[in-house]
Design a binder for this molecule. Sequence first.
Ligand code: SAM
Length: 228
Amino acid sequence: PPLYIQRYYFVAEVMKKHNVESVIDFGCSECKLAPFLKQVPSIQQVALVDIDMICLEMSTFRIKPVLYDFLEKRLKPLTVEIFCGSAADMDSRLMDFEAISMIELIEHLYPDTLEAVRENVFGHHQPRLVVITTPNADFNQLFPGFKGFRHADHKFEWTREQFQSWCDYTADTWGYDVNYTGVGEAPEGFTHLGLCSQAAIFQRKVEHTCKQEKSIGSECYKKIAQSN
Ligand code: SAM
């Protein structure tokens, strides 16, 4: 499958492995991760969040039940909601979600927003699991005639070393363990360049350290749709 689909499989697989019941997908864009999360038996609550209202409004069909859902009923009920808002802000309705995914989001953020998103995700939400994917700049030399970035809106693309040093610092600061992986294998002879999309999986070491701080949020997101 294409790389973006491989990322959805990958994230859904991580959620499954960690027996996640509730997940926020920040930077959900066209809500394409939703059908993959629906395949994870443990998941009961999904919140899809993006700042692009128009994109979200055009994507609400993706969370509607399909025929297959009536044939093959889930053992646990599932609610999928779509919200318009920023990953830098805490909406109190999403405060206690167990996991957060950010697929190809961070490279679209200017430094101050990236910092605010990191603070919100790890400092305020403090979920027990965070999965981040971003392009691996080491891999770019494999694209013929490659210059600049993979996408015009990217503010940066990090080498594995840059990404891992940002993630190591994040994990150290907020009390997480982090592991590195990714998707999209290099052709034979180029595997030293790593994978096309790099990924970090963060697991919280301890219980929430500052529950009080978590209660600062209000309902600052705009709810766009709900699956049931
Ligand atoms: N995760 C999507 C997927 O895998 O299909 C792709 C993400 S797309 C490359 C980046 C998205 O991030 C865009 O839809 C953009 O609107 C969104 N975005 C940018 N800044 C954001 C922010 N501060 N909070 C939430 N979403 C943001």
